[in-house]
Write a protein that binds this ligand. Structure first.
Ligand SMILES: *Cc1c(COP(=O)(O)O)cnc(C)c1O
Length: 497
């Protein structure tokens, strides 16, 4: 399998190089030049395997330069049963006749990011051994809350790596902040940025592509990589759970083998939904890809009009992991839908950088409207949805998942589409206790975060994940706040260079 860059068609790298580097030197993203396929017989076979077995088979198709032993070591290390609160790793919960909740938050940090970030350190270590000898890998992360913690947990004390996480100082929930600032491990660092997620992400991207910094790193036997979903090693594990969800739908007889399934994804950086797109391209019978946004509805507008425009107010919502106006992974979709036209993709990305807006060709717009549906939901409707789902089904969902459930209900109402549907559930509700509790109760008694956790537990009966409960009373290790202009300096300080 050969990978290229979305911005330079002359680039040719292996999967290991794509993962070790994280981003192409031209600023583009690495993408496979061909998409491997699965037919119905393959899917039937996969349905008989457990999650680890399915993961090995799917990853093998993309990571062709990894040996079977290497892949087994990676996958078995990442999805160890004791790290997940469900033996199925990513279980499906049947909500009603058509809606099925895919619980992607059963891992160590209670967010769907674990599905990829438990595996990425293994993939990256194997990749670095193949491509970069005697080099320490420095992982830089920009986070809207969940990636940071999941990456810290995945990379803590992994030999030959250092990890530094930047988060927007006012852009994460109290629980997310506490999870990050109390992180243990000898190779980890966390720093708040005065700015929003887009500022943090742009800062990290510009450090990655700065030639002077690269030179300084080389002299010190260091190399950057990324744990954000711009890294192919983040995306490929996410394809697995859509394949696996289809297998489980068939196995539980909610679907006949070959019948279509719709997918709804609460979206920020467009990584999770892009993985569903790749699963569809592989041959998994996926119908509509339904993109759900919060009040930062730049993707709803783009997918319905063909014009992307980030020049709009930025809202801090109750679903902070989706408070994003520059969705990095859209670049990979544009590349795919332009029949891998790197020049065209680069031109659109240059327009985005210069003017904050671009419009795709009619041809791309047509493909988008066939593949995708899109909608958004504000905080008031998010709250109502959490309440409704709890009252009707006694199912407690977090704010991000509620956005998806709401957008799905509106889609179903508008189109009458009764196709069995999988809704990606991306976080455990206790990561956002205040918002979830205020949806269930008009007058919250509690003042602090952990009394809210307790109150939500009493109200809902839903177990509190021990890894969140034990954060109570922990003293933060990392309290630094930096200006967004000083991010490179923070990196040098952490590394002592
Ligand atoms: C990261 C995240 C999202 C958005 O996922 P993308 O891959 O960035 O689209 C949604 N919900 C939660 C809880 C997240 O952590």
């Amino acid at each position: 399998m050969v990978y290229t860059s979305t911005r330079d068609s002359s680039v040719r790298v292996s999967a290991a190089e794509a993962i070790a580097k994280g981003i192409s030197a031209d600023g583009g993203l690495f993408v496979p030049m061909t998409i491997p396929t699965l037919n119905l017989v393959d899917i039937e076979k996969l349905a008989r395997l457990d999650y680890i077995g399915r993961a090995k088979e799917v990853l093998k198709l993309y990571l062709t330069d990894f040996t079977d032993d290497e892949l087994s070591m990676c996958v078995e290390g990442a999805y160890k049963a004791e790290k997940f609160s469900s033996p199925q790793i990513a279980p499906l919960y049947a909500l009603n006749d058509t809606a099925n909740i895919l619980e992607l938050w059963r891992g160590p940090t209670c967010a769907f990011k674990d599905m990829a970030l438990q595996l990425l350190p293994y993939l990256l270590t194997v990749s670095a051994n193949k491509t970069l000898k005697n080099t320490k890998i420095v992982i830089l992360v920009a986070t809207s809350g969940d990636t940071g913690k999941a990456a810290l947990e995945g990379f803590k004390d992994v030999p030959n790596t250092e990890i530094l996480v930047f988060y927007p100082v006012d852009g994460v929930s109290p629980m997310q902040k506490l999870q990050m600032t109390t992180q243990e491990g000898n190779n980890v660092s966390v720093c708040a940025i005065e700015g929003n997620f887009d500022d943090a992400q742009s800062g990290v991207k510009s450090i990655f592509t700065n030639r002077e910094i690269e030179q300084k790193f080389k002299e010190n036997h260091l190399a950057f990589s990324s744990a954000n979903s711009i890294n192919w090693g983040r995306l490929v594990p996410q394809i697995v759970y859509y394949v696996s969800a289809y297998c489980d739908m068939v196995k539980s007889e909610r679907l006949k083998l070959g019948a279509p399934m719709n997918v709804v994804v609460p979206t920020g950086n467009f990584g999770n939904i892009l993985a569903a797109y790749y699963a569809k391209q592989m041959g998994v019978p996926i119908g509509k890809l339904i993109c759900a946004s919060n009040a930062n509805n730049v993707l709803t507008d783009f997918l319905t009009t063909g014009t992307y425009n980030k020049n709009r107010p930025f809202y801090c919502t109750t679903s902070p992991s989706m408070d994003i106006l520059i969705s990095s992974n859209l670049e990979r979709l544009l590349f795919a839908l332009s029949e891998q036209d790197a020049e065209q993709t680069k031109a659109l990305m240059d327009q985005l950088a210069a003017n904050g807006t671009y419009t795709v060709s009619e041809k791309i717009q047509k493909s988008i409207s066939e593949l995708f549906a899109a909608g958004y939901c504000d905080d008031t409707d998010t709250k109502r949805t959490i309440r409704k789902i709890f009252d009707e089904y006694h199912y407690l969902c977090d704010t991000h998942t509620a956005v998806a459930v709401n957008v799905y209900a509106a889609y179903k109402m508008k189109t009458g589409d009764n196709t069995p549907t999988v809704i990606a559930s991306t976080a455990n509700p206790y990561k956002f206790s205040k918002s979830v509790l205020s949806a269930l109760e008009n007058n919250i008694q509690s003042q602090d975060e952990f009394s809210m956790v307790e109150e939500l537990h009493e109200k809902s009966g839903e177990p509190v994940p021990p890894q969140l409960a034990t954060l109570k009373g922990k003293t933060p290790r990392f309290t630094k706040v930096a200006a967004k202009e000083d991010m490179a300096q923070v990196v040098f300080e952490m590394l002592g260079i």
